[in-house]
Design a protein around this ligand. Structure first.
Ligand SMILES: Nc1ncnc2c1ncn2[C@@H]1O[C@H](COP(=O)(O)OP(=O)(O)O)[C@@H](O)[C@H]1O
Ligand SMILES: [Mg+2]
Length: 275
C-alpha cells in the first residue's frame, strides 16, 4: 500500500464526515514505549528475514535504524504496518492496541503513518491541494477540492505547510517540486493525519546536501510531538538527528546505543560500517 492509499484509508480528521469525533482514542503510552515488538519472526521460504526481533520505541522518540541490505529493516516496517504477518511474536502500539489483530487500514487509522522511499504525491495538483486531499479520507478528489475550506481546515493546512517549510510553494503543482520538496510534501501529507508514530524509509536518498540538512531539521522538529522511526544509510545524516541508533543484522538487533557507540562497536563495524 503506498502512502496515498494509506492516507485515503486513514481516519477522517477534519474534512471527513463527523470530523474530530472519528479520531481514534489516544494510544496509551503510560509505561513509556509507544511500540513493542517482541520475538517477531518472519520467514520467506524458510529464510528468516526477521529472527526473534525485539525492539521498543519510546513515545516521542526519534530512533534511527541502520544495518546492511537484507538486514530486515523494511520487513520490520511491513510488520508494524500490517503489510506482512509474522510467523510468531507480538507487536503492540502502546499498551492496549494489538497490531497483529488489525488490518493495514486499521493500523493507519490508529495512528501509524508510513513514508516510503519514493515520493507519491499527486503531481497534477497544487501543494495546498495535496495536503487537502491527504485529509480527505474516502471522498473523491473533486468533492474535496470543490468544497470550500473551513477556517480550522485552512489553519491545519497552513500549520503543516509551515512545518514542512513549503509555504512559498503552496500554489505550485506538486509535479514541479524538487525531489526533496516532494519528500517533505509527502511527510506533510502524513502529518495531516496526525500520526502518533511515523515510519520513514530512507528519506534523504537522492537529496542535495541542503535538502538533507532541512530534512534533518524537519524530522527533529517532529520528534516529541510524534514518535519517529527513520531507516537511513547516510551516516552523516544519522549522526545529525540520532540520539539512539539500533543496528539490525540478520533479522535481529545487533547493537543499540549512541551513534558514537555504534561507530566504535567492533561487530557493527565488521558487518555494516566497514562495508
Ligand atoms: N516478499 C519477500 N519474499 C522473499 N524474500 C523476501 C521478501 N521480502 C524480503 N525478503 C528477504 O528478506 C530479507 C530482508 O529484506 P528487507 O527487510 O527488505 O531488508 P532491508 O530493508 O534491511 O534491506 C532479504 O534477504 C530479502 O531478500
Ligand atoms: Mg529496505
Amino acid at each position: 500500500m503506498n502512502a496515498a492509499t494509506a492516507i485515503r484509508n486513514g481516519w477522517q480528521k477534519v474534512f471527513g464526515t463527523g470530523a474530530r469525533s472519528e479520531r481514534p482514542p489516544a494510544i496509551d503510552t503510560s509505561h513509556g514505549p509507544i511500540l513493542y515488538l517482541e520475538d517477531i519472526t518472519v520467514s520467506f521460504d524458510g529464510f528468516k528475514a526477521l529472527n526473534a526481533l525485539t525492539l521498543y520505541i519510546d513515545a516521542g522518540e526519534l530512533r534511527c535504524i541502520i544495518g546492511p541490505n537484507g538486514a530486515g529493516k523494511t520487513t520490520m516496517m511491513d510488520v508494524i504496518t500490517g503489510k506482512t504477518r509474522p510467523d510468531c511474536g507480538s507487536a503492540w502500539f502502546g499498551q492496549t492496541t494489538d497490531l497483529l489483530a488489525m488490518t493495514e487500514p486499521e493500523i493507519a487509522q490508529a495512528g501509524i503513518g508510513r513514508k516510503f522511499q519514493k515520493p507519491t504525491v499527486f503531481e497534477h495538483h497544487t501543494v495546498f491541494q495535496n495536503l487537502e486531499l491527504a485529509a480527505a479520507g474516502e471522498k473523491s478528489v473533486w468533492a474535496t477540492l470543490l468544497k470550500p475550506l473551513s477556517a480550522t481546515q485552512r489553519e491545519l493546512v497552513d500549520s503543516v505547510l509551515e512545518t514542512i517549510r513549503l509555504q512559498d510553494t503552496r500554489s505550485m503543482l506538486a509535479g514541479a517540486l524538487s525531489h526533496g520538496q516532494k519528500q517533505w510534501l509527502e511527510i506533510g501529507m502524513l502529518l495531516m493525519q496526525d500520526p502518533q508514530l511515523l515510519l520513514v524509509d530512507e528519506p534523504v536518498a537522492g537529496m542535495t546536501p541542503q535538502e538533507v540538512e532541512r530534512t534533518a531539521e524537519l524530522l527533529l522538529s517532529l520528534a516529541g510531538k510524534h514518535s519517529v522511526v527513520v531507516v537511513e544509510h547516510d551516516m552523516a545524516f544519522v549522526r545529525s538527528i540520532a540520539k539512539k541508533v539500533t543496528v539490525l543484522h540478520e533479522g535481529h538487533v545487533l547493537a543499540e546505543g549512541t551513534i558514537d557507540e555504534m561507530q566504535s562497536h567492533p561487530r557493527v563495524v565488521e558487518v555494516y560500517l566497514g562495508e
